[in-house]
Design a protein around this ligand. Structure first.
Ligand code: XLS
Ligand code: NI
Ligand code: NI
Length: 435
């Protein structure tokens, strides 16, 4: 990773550039609908994939070495140096971490907290020097053996207690570093068989942990958002935070709406059998859109491959939702993505980020063009026009009853909806993308 120092800061060179170490579409200061691309996109680096993941898979070990020949705190400080250098080279202004990404896990909670204190001092200095900020923090409550049956949903109360301690420490670290979000990805909060599982207690306990976290952080003055990151399966057969709709129900049942929003990951959406934009839209209509883990899966593989996002259809439809939402507030676009096992050089990591940032920049440009073009919005508006006047308006305003509608409908003839025009609309999308 020393090699990053030999590469210049990545610049925008336009779509015709053949320089691999340049942006073709991401022009940070270019204005789109009144805001710069940089303000719209709020890119973040994921510490775990970028600084730690080393290419291990189920069948083989590391293909990259990210230890720099060091160990202990010395290694973690070096990792922080590399992280900030990489972000500066790319012009990325935010990052995200799990507690154990930035400092070693001790044998006891006390030891881990000590390491975390030391490294957050170091990171804070770096933030001050570079202007780089923390988007969100989280605690890894799935890697260690003690969490094999979950953390907040563990059948063992001591495990629950350690998890609570880890969440407290990770919230302290997030607050110290000025993070605007705190994420709960379910980890092993789920089950493999109902034969050994008390689902009711597990869900109640999970809500207890989230409620304690909210109460603690708010008491400490944390003004940011909490996020649940939905995922349907992996590592457990059934993750409790299956998808956005399931999480919305959970938040509603346990009175956590208002404090908790969604961190939506593209790859998790497709694992749940949804499109990425389905999950974004579901969050929006429930008022819980928050942040995004930007990546993509491989539909033929069917697991969480966490690839850098390059599919411009998806990034366009994603940014369309983000623009319609009025943009990010506390959230952003975190590249929860890693280079493929065979893309195992230092340069590949940079190239992965460049590809992902360009795909989202292009998605932003095209999403705004789609909105400016106006035909899709107009079509949708007209499609529902019967609810803007007459009987439809009365239904929407809650004035009608089954009886009144029955009376109204009794003698209607030839009742049908107009064509949905899917092919025409897909053609408009293609024209905006490639025309
Ligand atoms: C794993 C998740 C994880 C979260 C943070 O599938 O995506 O990386 O984003 O815990
Ligand atoms: Ni994620
Ligand atoms: Ni993932």
């Amino acid at each position: 990773m020393e090699k990053y120092s030999q590469i210049e800061k990545i610049k925008y060179e336009g779509a015709k550039s053949k320089n691999p170490f340049a942006f073709r579409f991401y022009d940070p200061d270019r204005k789109i609908a009144g805001k710069t691309m940089k303000q719209h996109l709020k890119f973040a680096m994921s510490y775990w994939h970028t600084i730690n993941a080393s290419g291990t898979d189920m069948f083989g070990g590391n293909t990259m070495d990210k230890s720099f020949g060091l160990s202990g705190m010395e290694m973690y400080k070096k990792k922080a140096d590399v992280a900030f250098e990489l972000m500066q080279k790319l012009g990325i202004e935010y990052y995200c971490f799990h507690d154990v990404d930035i400092s070693p896990e001790g044998e006891t909670l006390a030891e881990s907290v000590k390491y975390l204190d030391e490294i957050t001092d170091y990171l804070l200095e770096k933030q001050k020097k570079t202007g780089i900020k923390l988007l969100w923090g989280t605690a890894n409550m799935f890697g260690d053996k003690k969490f094999m049956a979950g953390a907040g949903t563990s059948p063992c109360a001591d495990v629950f207690a350690v998890a609570a301690g880890k969440v407290k420490a990770a919230i302290d670290a997030t607050i110290k570093l000025g993070g605007t979000g705190y994420v709960f990805w379910g980890g092993r909060e789920g089950y493999d068989t109902l034969l050994n599982t008390d689902m009711g207690l597990e869900l109640d306990n999970l809500a207890r942990l989230l409620t304690m976290a909210r109460d603690y952080a708010r008491a400490k003055g944390f003004k940011g958002d909490f996020y649940i990151e939905p995922k349907p399966k992996e590592p457990t057969k059934h993750q409790y935070d299956f998808d956005v709709a399931t999480c919305a129900n959970f938040l509603r049942k346990y009175n956590l709406l208002g404090d908790f929003k969604m961190n939506i990951e593209a790859n998790h959406a497709t694992l749940a059998g949804h499109t990425f934009n389905h999950e974004l839209r579901t969050a929006r209509v429930n008022g819980i859109f928050g942040s995004i883990d930007a990546n993509q899966g491989d539909l033929l593989l069917g697991w969480d491959t966490d690839q850098f996002p390059t599919n411009v259809y998806d990034t366009t439809l994603c940014m369309y939702e983000v623009l319609k939402e009025g943009g990010f507030t506390n959230g952003g676009l975190n590249f929860d993505a890693k280079t493929r096992r065979q893309s195992n050089t230092y340069e590949d990591i940079l190239l992965g980020y460049i590809a992902g940032m360009d795909a989202f920049a292009l998605g932003l440009i095209k999403a705004q063009e789609l909105i400016d073009d106006g035909r899709i919005d107009k079509f949708v508006e007209e499609r529902y026009a019967t609810f803007a006047s007459g009987i439809g308006k009365k239904i929407v305003s809650g004035k009608e009853t089954l009886e009144s509608l029955s009376k109204y409908a009794m003698d209607l003839k030839n009742v049908e909806a107009d064509s949905g025009r899917q092919e025409y609309l897909e053609q408009i999308l293609n024209t905006v993308l490639f025309g």
